[in-house]
Design a protein around this ligand. Sequence first.
Ligand SMILES: Nc1ncnc2c1ncn2[C@@H]1O[C@H](COP(=O)(O)OP(=O)(O)O)[C@@H](O)[C@H]1O
Ligand SMILES: [Mg+2]
Length: 159
Amino acid sequence: MIGGTDTVTRCPASLDRPGPRPVFHRTSLLEFAPLPGAIPCARLHAVAVLHEWGLRDLADDAALIVSELMTNAADAAAILPDRPPITLRLLASEKSLIIEAWDHSPRDLELTEADADAECGRGLTVVAALSDRWGWERTGDPRKLVWAELALQARRPPV
Ligand SMILES: Nc1ncnc2c1ncn2[C@@H]1O[C@H](COP(=O)(O)OP(=O)(O)O)[C@@H](O)[C@H]1O
Ligand SMILES: [Mg+2]
């Protein structure tokens, strides 16, 4: 468990908007060792959960976002001496899906523009392109999370 007893319903502070806090009626949280095998597991888990939640039309974009965020989290955690676990959390409200990747790295995100011919440095560009908003925050020392939000209404006709 991360972040105390209220983590299930709290969204990232950097995502908070004025007005009432969103109510997350669906949540999922899974921890992984920071190993390469964690990434396909996290992706498959996210797709299965979104199907269960009736959000299958978000599954393709979410799977890519999960891959990029969890790859970065695993990279950041794998170089730490005790290789602390990384966490995938999914939150769904009536309005949006939030994907969070947690790690314990003291390294902050330093965003740089990838060169046109660079082979790396594109993961967060993909996250930005596929999500409606994204961001990161430090939630403890040294815990941090990187999040991406996908609006439901823009993609799904009301039922
Ligand atoms: N969870 C993270 N912790 C620390 N640094 C990160 C994290 N995620 C991303 N970064 C930093 O942002 C950079 C850009 O990430 P990304 O766009 O995914 O490209 P790449 O992973 O190919 O370098 C990374 O190289 C890293 O320096
Ligand atoms: Mg990356």
